[in-house]
Design a protein around this ligand. Structure first.
Ligand SMILES: Nc1ncnc2c1ncn2[C@@H]1O[C@H](COP(=O)(O)OS(=O)(=O)O)[C@@H](OP(=O)(O)O)[C@H]1O
Ligand SMILES: Nc1ncnc2c1ncn2[C@@H]1O[C@H](COP(=O)(O)OP(=O)(O)O)[C@@H](O)[C@H]1O
Length: 508
């Protein structure tokens, strides 16, 4: 799948390597497969200016969305954009395997320590790996498979339920088109893991007209219009002539965009038809995403009138009831606030229930095993929390419960922990053990506060080091006037209320 020129071995051997962030990697993949034709690389400054001013590249091709790569400034300094022998950057995937060579023809400061780089990219290696690789066919391959005539494109970024399937069937029939379903698998952290999205779309296949399906590493743009334009452009590269809008889609990239009318379920005959054609008393609206999520979270099957059973089965598997799903319970608070004590009690109670494996990432053990050598400066505390969060998220990914109880004084690090966990599809509960400093200091189990007050220890959280109070805790527990049992019960109660654990049987 290599496309043309590859830098000579000696250039590659000496070239620095860099692993782009997930969104950039997805852009890279689309550049390499030709889905971004005629773009052949990351944009230079001139292209970016041109795109933002007049929605065209410098060579006049219409293009409206920036496709950029940013690298650490220190790395960019090792390149010389004027010297073809010293301006190649090897781009690697998340695991460090080379994916492409970027010939950096332009580099510019973006902000402190970060440099934008632009230039053509060329594939290295054999075209990547990962689940469902066989579905990631290039635009060229797909175009060669499509029958002549109209091609209706559907970007299936969500599972297809009966209302969407009815719309697709209607549009395909009206247009007399072949159906091409593009499944975007750009980034983790969507509503469903990419593999589950693919499986759920395939599960609806026998309810679709004859279709070609392709997985596309489409990154999600933060901005809706850019997102829609990019989807339209990529769809066009795959041979789509008409695109069925998913609601927020706009026209662009020279293809027709169909905005479907809203369908509803007609309980007189079990058909989905235009909403206005059904008398209100016989009409059932499609479920909202929140309603679907809520049913799955509580362990109810999705109703057959709304979702084909095969799709419902995939979704129930991908989003099991909360009580069977991975979970990170993250306790934060001052030293001596009661985090470890509560965490231990919680771990014991959850182990009694025996549904899932319980891992207690206890402070002392973490500092000894995972974070040995780290101190208590901001950078070291951040590194400590990042390591704990990574391990916890992996445990939760595999449907275990991880209980963490570090001080975690910085909001940003806690937010990153939440994000990392949610990206795995697991749950995250932040519990602020808010016992005030005076009480913690009175307890002073380890004598640290006394030493800090005596000036023998510096950088003690709450004394001369910051603790940023959480403003987004799922639960706040002040242990000043609680017994240990009461504090543990408060957390268990919250877990049962939100469905993350089964309520305890009263007789136990
Ligand atoms: N300077 C300073 N500040 C705060 N805490 C200190 C410090 N030096 C040592 N200790 C002991 O280390 C424990 C906190 O480690 P953590 O890994 O939880 O801290 S952090 O989340 O990385 O900030 C903490 O344990 P806990 O009392 O269990 O919270 C302290 O006993
Ligand atoms: N309701 C309560 N919850 C938790 N700990 C409590 C409570 N009441 C008193 N304590 C005492 O407070 C101390 C908390 O210490 P620890 O759990 O190690 O805190 P941290 O892990 O936050 O540093 C323990 O000695 C514990 O027995």
């Amino acid at each position: 799948m290599s496309n043309g020129w590859v830098p000579p071995d000696e250039v590659l051997r000496d070239a620095p390597a860099y692993s782009p962030r997930p969104g950039e990697l997805a852009d890279l993949e689309l550049l390499l497969t030709g889905a971004y034709t005629p773009l052949t690389g990351f944009m230079t400054r001139a292209d970016l200016v041109s795109v933002s001013r007049r929605s065209r590249l410098t060579d006049d091709v219409p293009w409206s969305v920036p496709v950029t790569l940013q690298v650490p400034a220190a790395l960019a300094e090792r390149l010389d954009v004027r010297d073809p022998a010293h301006r190649t950057l090897v781009l690697t995937d998340g695991e460090g395997a080379p994916m492409a060579a970027l010939e950096v023809t332009d580099a510019w400061p973006v902000r402190d320590g970060v440099t934008g780089v632009g230039g053509p990219v060329r594939r290295l290696g054999d075209g990547g790996h990962g689940p469902f690789q066989r579905l990631r066919r290039t635009p060229e391959e797909i175009r060669s498979l499509l029958p002549p005539g109209r091609v209706l494109g559907v970007v299936a970024d969500r599972p297809l339920h009966r209302p969407q399937l009815a719309q697709i069937a209607h549009a395909t029939r009206t247009l007399g088109a072949h159906l091409l379903v593009l499944i975007p698998i750009g980034e983790e952290g969507g509503e469903l893991p990419p593999e589950a999205l693919i499986r759920s779309v395939f599960a609806a296949r026998d309810r679709m007209p004859p279709a070609t399906l392709v997985a596309v590493p489409l990154p999600r743009r933060r901005e809706e219009i850019s997102d829609a334009l990019l989807r339209a452009r990529v769809s066009a590269a795959y041979g789509v002539t008409h695109l069925l809008s998913t609601g927020e889609m706009l026209s662009g990239a020279g293809l027709r965009v169909l905005v479907p009318r809203e369908l509803a379920y007609d309980n007189r005959d079990g058909q989905w038809r235009w909403r206005e054609d059904i008398p209100p008393r016989n009409r059932r609206q499609a479920l909202t995403q929140a309603e679907i999520d809520d049913l799955l979270d509580r362990g109810f099957p999705l109703p057959e009138w709304h979702t084909p059973p095969a799709v419902a089965k995939e979704l129930a598997h991908a989003r099991p009831p909360r009580r069977y799903r991975g979970l990170v319970i993250f306790l934060t608070g001052l030293s001596g606030s009661g985090k470890s004590t509560i965490a231990r009690g919680l771990a014991d109670a959850l182990r009694e229930q025996g549904e899932r494996t319980i891992t207690l990432l206890d402070g002392d053990i973490v500092r000894r095993e995972l974070s040995a050598g780290l101190g208590f400066g901001k950078a070291d505390r951040d590194a400590n929390i990042r390591r704990i969060s990574w391990v916890a998220a992996e445990i939760a990914r595999h449907r275990g419960v991880a209980i963490c109880c570090p001080i975690a004084p910085y909001e940003q690090a806690r937010a990153a922990a939440r994000k990392m966990t949610l990206a795995t599809g697991a749950g995250f509960l932040l519990i602020h053990v808010s016992t005030p400093l005076e009480v913690c200091e009175q307890r002073d189990r380890k004598g640290l506060y006394a030493r800090a007050r005596a000036g023998l220890l510096t950088g003690m959280t709450g004394v001369d080091d910051p603790y940023e109070e959480p403003t987004n805790a799922d639960l706040t527990v002040d242990t000043t006037d609680l017994t240990v049992e009461e504090a543990v019960q408060a957390v268990l109660h919250q877990l049962a209320e939100t469905g993350w654990v089964e309520p305890r049987h009263p007789s136990m």
